[in-house]
Write a protein that binds this ligand. Sequence first.
Ligand code: AMP
Ligand code: ZN
Length: 467
Amino acid sequence: MQLYNSLSRAVEPFAPADGHTVRMYTCGPTVYNPAHIGNFRTFLFEDLLRRTLRLAGWKVEQVMNLTDVDDKIITRASQQGRTIREVTEPVTAVFHADRAHLRIEDAEHYPKATDYIPQMIALVERLVARGVAYKADDGSVYFAIGKFPAYGRLSRLDTREIKAGARVAQDDYAKENAQDFALWKAARPEDEASGAAWDSPWGRGRPGWHLECSAMAMDLLGETIDLHAGGVDLVFPHHEDEIAQSEAATGKPFARFWCHGEFLQVDGAKMAKRVGNVTNVADLRTQGVSGAALRHFVFSTHYRKQINLSGEALEGSLAAVRRVADFAARLATETGGTPELAVAAREAEAGARAALFDDLNAPEAMATLFSFITVANRELDRRGGDAAALAEARRVFGVIDGVLDIVPEAAGADDVLAAWVEERLAARAAARKARDFSRADAIRREIEARGVALEDTPQGTRWKPGA
Ligand code: AMP
Ligand code: ZN
């Protein structure tokens, strides 16, 4: 298995430090707004990563935190006269439902930042004791980047840019402001009013965003983790600051691998709330775009390349996953194959594994799957009767789809229903033509019993499901 490591800027061989379990931390959503599909592109990349790591034979222990206290959440809560918890709880529920729709596997842990305040305070105490953090006259505690020589290694910050003594209090800031950053922020009236203030050795206050991830990652996974992932926009300052806080406290490397996924764009601009170009999972559902189709769309581009969202591309993915669904249905109902089918299956498995283990080349794994579908359909047409070959084809399809997960389940079920209704309607038409009206009525009742509504029009019988 090879992965691109943002620390070295090179593709390197990857294995978990203990040879068994990959300990990985993935920065999760800030739960003040439902995540948009740009955010979900990153979470899908991480889903691809965890499924590929398991395909490689390792166990995965993944943490995805929920940022439930930060600048944006407090601003939102203050505007609405609510507590941060009242803002974050419903959004967290939406996040898990959207995640399920996109078939993003459950991580092993979803810690909420507000449940880790004691660990965060303990980490700041360690940093103060080591002389790399200090309480400033504004009552907040800052990390002194000048005291940590490795600062800027991940983002290749030119150390001459570092402004000694200058401080930045907000959670997110630009590279030009590489300054001492806030670990613990003194409470303001709006923090108290929204339930975002806790007691600490430095007085009432709340954690900075970066501190949250360091504390939760080390508490749940240990002081050196195998892999840390997120979107590219997190490299600076978020991940740079996570490294500084963690390594300055422990003296050990914080993460062995740093993996970053590229942006989902719309007309050349990053999909982002403040740009006003976001699409949510709820929007996709109304447009009839299944989770499987979005997965196909996202995995058709390598995770380190930008993707542009377009209606045409989504249409293409909808058609592609229908083809996969037809193939899955065919594999389930056929009774045998040919020896060539088994050969093609084994080649497809080898090709897909090689692609995925080569820095998660999902587009190539997908291409391998579609070539296999073409060959397999041709071989199945030959009606070879070789049950072992068919079993091999099913197994390999399961292996590849076990990572990509692009069979549209609901659409599959709908297709089966549609085929059945069409067949029954044809039987009913034949009965009517033969003037066997009691049989025609019996068929009508049979169809309606499945919740399908029928309407006879001069143009023929129309039907719709879900009545
Ligand atoms: P946030 O909730 O803003 O902390 O973001 C959650 C995750 O989504 C982070 O890993 C971000 O890097 C990622 N992200 C934000 N916008 C995009 C985008 N347009 N495309 C891909 N990933 C994104
Ligand atoms: Zn983080």
